[in-house]
Design a protein around this ligand. Structure first.
Ligand SMILES: Nc1ncnc2c1ncn2[C@@H]1O[C@H](COP(=O)(O)OP(=O)(O)O)[C@@H](O)[C@H]1O
Ligand SMILES: [Mg+2]
Length: 255
């Protein structure tokens, strides 16, 4: 991983909202290809803004941002953005929703159906494939969102607190499913969360952002073996060491 090329390079980034208000100042970030990075920090410290800059949705006032060798731009075909509220289309079934992303990418009908069914199976939703989102629990909806996101096979996933609305038991299931999908994909992931356990369970590195909007102030390298099991980690002493270390750092970052 340490030898992989840098996929996202942010240097001395400044983002302003309005005339004077700086939301981010002097932010640096480097994420390697295939790396899973978690961003954690106090509410309002600019996590979503940073993702939006990488996604090309918010402009930098100054500094440089490079994503897979070029400047950020909205609607890039190599990036998938997954949000807290799943964006399932209510008038389409689970199958229809997972096929939707493939339709937009121009994948033919048969291949679409085959891929959609495969990814729906990977997230354990085969029995629900013909249901509409209104019939699904929040956890099932996010599973369908994950299936849709990974069926399109992007090289970069930006995820903004995708599991924040879920109870802790359901989260563990989703963590395992996300890890299963990601580990085979080779994709780079930048995952925003305020859940320390989630960050450690998923990521190669946890980056702690300062409350003041000055970006990453600490890095916790998560040297837990892969493949990981979210449930097994609950009984792993080193997981709890990393948890405490991150907790201490997060508390210091909020001063
Ligand atoms: N469109 C906007 N216009 C003005 N201020 C904004 C806008 N979006 C976010 N902010 C402000 O920028 C700061 C960072 O927000 P955000 O990136 O959403 O933080 P986080 O995701 O870490 O909670 C906050 O103070 C927020 O109020
Ligand atoms: Mg946010």
């Amino acid at each position: 991983m340490d030898m992989n090329p840098v996929d996202i390079a942010v240097h001395d980034l400044v983002v302003n909202f309005g005339q004077v208000r700086s939301v981010l100042t002097g932010v640096d970030l480097a994420v390697r290809r295939g790396e899973f990075v978690a961003l954690i920090g106090a509410s309002g410290c600019g996590k979503t803004t940073l993702l939006n800059v990488i996604a090309g949705l918010v402009p930098a006032a100054s500094g440089t941002v490079t994503v897979a060798g070029s400047g950020p731009a909205a609607g890039r075909a190599d990036i998938c953005y997954v949000l807290a509220r799943d964006a399932l289309l209510p008038w389409r079934t689970v199958m229809g929703n997972v096929e939707y992303g493939l339709e937009l990418s121009g994948v033919g009908r048969e291949e679409r159906a085959r891929r959609a069914a495969t990814y729906i199976e990977k997230v354990g939703l085969s029995a629900a494939r013909d249901l509409y989102p209104s019939r699904l629990s929040q956890g099932m909806r996010q599973r369908a969102s994950l299936a849709r996101a990974f069926a399109v096979d992007r090289s970069l996933y930006l995820m903004d607190e995708p599991f924040s609305a879920l109870d802790s038991q359901t989260k563990l299931v989703l963590h395992d499913q996300l890890l299963g999908l990601w580990e085979k994909s080779g994709a780079t992931v930048v995952f925003v969360t305020h859940d320390i356990g989630e960050a450690i369970t998923l990521a190669d590195r946890v980056l702690v952002m300062s409350k003041k909007g000055t970006g990453v102030v600490d890095e916790i390298r998560v040297d837990l073996a892969r493949p990981r099991s979210a449930e097994a980690l609950q009984a792993d002493a080193h997981y709890h060491d990393l948890y405490r270390r991150t907790w201490t750092s997060l508390r210091a970052s909020a001063q």
